[in-house]
Design a protein around this ligand. Structure first.
Ligand code: GRF
Length: 202
């Protein structure tokens, strides 16, 4: 594996989504505008056929694929996803609102090459409804985190964070919207930093 990413072909990014896909759009736009340099969008995969992000990817000319769980064991579902990512020569996997834990097999297949974005300042408030958890705890600051994915729930090494102040009048919706604005800036910056520092292309 070369340590000089600039000297190798474009790093191919695969994104997993389950829903709206606004972070996927932020990444795809950053790749197109070369704010994430030396990268290409390889595929967007959703586990939900009705994910709104699928249409947004297609509009941008990005190949999409739906791989539903269909009652299978997680490892079996993940095997199909990993096979699809490999068939597209994906170097870096970005989770963007993908609502499932990955199996140890998936993590082993792409160890150190899977990123996630989470709407809190991890390790605070992992798991679901992070913005509601922040409000319920009465913290004055929250934000978002991009981290490497390991076998723990939102517990892998942190790559980058951005803070958002919480106002007295905040609701889950208003706080989520302000955090999301920061997510859309942070995720492309973090992917770009990872691609600069890590030899992602085999
Ligand atoms: C974001 O808040 C992200 O941090 C979390 O799920 C949400 C996905 O939103 N993991 P979108 O699908 O990217 O719009």
């Amino acid at each position: 594996m070369s340590s000089d990413l600039a000297a190798v072909p474009r790093a191919r990014i695969g994104i997993l989504i389950s829903g709206r896909g606004s972070n996927m759009v932020a990444l795809a736009d950053a790749v197109r505008e070369e704010r994430i340099p030396n990268a290409a969008m390889a595929i967007v995969i959703s586990d939900k056929p009705d994910a709104a992000g699928l249409a947004k990817a297609k509009e941008r000319g990005i190949e999409t694929l739906v791989i539903e769980r269909r009652g299978r064991k997680r490892a079996e579902h993940d095997r199909e996803i990993v096979a699809a990512l490999r068939s597209k020569d994906v170097d870096l996997v970005c989770l963007a609102g993908y609502m499932r834990m990955l199996s140890p097999e998936f993590i082993a297949a792409y160890r150190g090459r899977i990123l996630n974005i989470h709407p809190s300042l991890l390790p605070a408030f992992p798991g679901l409804e992070a913005q509601r958890q922040a409000l319920d705890h009465g913290v004055k600051t929250s934000g978002c985190t991009v981290h490497f994915v390991d076998e723990t729930l939102d517990g892998g090494p942190v790559i980058a964070q951005r803070t958002v102040l919480i106002c007295e009048t905040d609701t889950v919706e208003s706080l989520s919207a302000r955090i999301l604005t920061e997510e859309h800036k942070l995720y492309p910056e973090a992917v770009s930093a990872v691609l600069r520092q890590v030899a992602i292309k085999a």
